[in-house]
Design a protein around this ligand. Structure first.
Ligand code: ZN
Length: 93
């Protein structure tokens, strides 16, 4: 019985030491430094990025402005000839 308890405690200590050795090796590895550098670069890029402009819509292109229009109700792009907005059902005629 005592032998089993001693063995269990021994294994616990062994795995605790093993875990800490591996964790320390990972934290001080070049890969960890590279990852920290990449994270920092991404954070800087995200902070300096200008707010995204809305994507161009057919209504903003003069040639297509005659064919397409924006629904005054929901802003969905609809054909200028459409009588009803397919998105919200607003009567456009
Ligand atoms: Zn609509």
């Amino acid at each position: 019985m005592l032998a089993i308890v001693v063995w269990l405690i021994g294994m616990l200590v062994f795995f605790f030491v093993l875990f800490n050795v591996i964790q320390h090796a990972l934290n001080t590895s070049n890969m960890a430094k590279d990852l920290a550098e990449i994270k920092e670069l991404l954070r800087e890029r995200a902070a300096s990025r200008a707010p995204a402009s809305p994507p161009p819509v057919p209504g903003d292109i003069p040639e297509l402005r005659k064919i397409y229009d924006r629904c005054p109700g929901c802003g969905h792009i609809v054909e200028a000839r459409a009588a009803v907005c397919p998105e919200c059902g607003l009567n456009l005629s």
